[in-house]
Ligand binder design. Sequence first.
Ligand code: ADE
Ligand code: ZN
Length: 326
Amino acid sequence: HSLLALAHEMPKTELHLHIEGTFEPELMFSIAKRNSVPLKYQTVEELKSAYQFENLQDFLDLYYQGMSVLLKEQDFYDLTMAYLERVHRDNVVHVEIFFDPQGHTSRNVSFETQINGIYRALKDGESKFGMTFKLIMSFLRHLSEEDAFKTLEQAKPYLDWIDGVGLDSSEVGNPPLNFKNVFEECKKLGLAVTAHAGEEGPPEYVWQAIDTIKVDRIDHGNRALEEADLIAAIKSRGLTLTVCPLSNLKLCVVSDMKNHPIRTMLKFGLNATVNSDDPAYFGGYMNDNYTALIQGSGISKIELYTLACNSFNGSWLNSEQKSKHL
Ligand code: ADE
Ligand code: ZN
């Protein structure tokens, strides 16, 4: 077996995936058309040529623009189903996906409309492909904690469908500390908690995610490697890092795949995993991320195997559900 075949064929989970980041230009144009929403770009090619980012914010500006054509429940269903069909082919057997409710309620698309479409697709994906799922509602950190609390109120009728909460969008200048109270409330409601930390933001933000937000997982975590005691803290707590190789490359978090920190994370004994983040924008889904690591970083067979194991261990499946997949 070649490393590529091994990586592509092994069963794995995806733990860091923004459903709005799976919006392929072709689907975006077709939904824009049926909703009569004008797009800033005339053709798929023109839109794709804009996908060149120097940092996270460059990407986020296009990401929010793209999702603005999503208006109806069916739009959210079609978006989610297209993603599930795509990663089923990559041998992803379990997904834990983010959605950004505030990216839609801010445009007067109700929480109900969003979650009905996303959840129905996840249930259909489960019966069609046997693909299990968790749904994570993510707060936008460039907005206020008060706005996050409003979103939590809107979510309350759907807590049976929501497994966890996250924190995403523009990191620098918007530390986890700003959201201490709302995450405390989420914990009381029994939700699992994760936060983007150390993607662009300093190690201090990763400390806050751990100590203040009390996360169950860390999204990205690249910059945690800058501090030895932070590495030790992540390790001693057994926290999983949901790392996103192609995203890091596209957003200039790393300069070259050969400098990607994921192998260093594994050497330190951290539970790193491979994820695609926003695959429609970053040039690849799950297996493309593995391919990039194999071709660019010199990763070994045992490391690939460890990454897949970590993706199950770091998931929020219980042990019985995990063993069903393995
Ligand atoms: N929203 C979607 N993708 C994101 C990322 N990589 N970082 C922060 N917010 C995001
Ligand atoms: Zn992300």
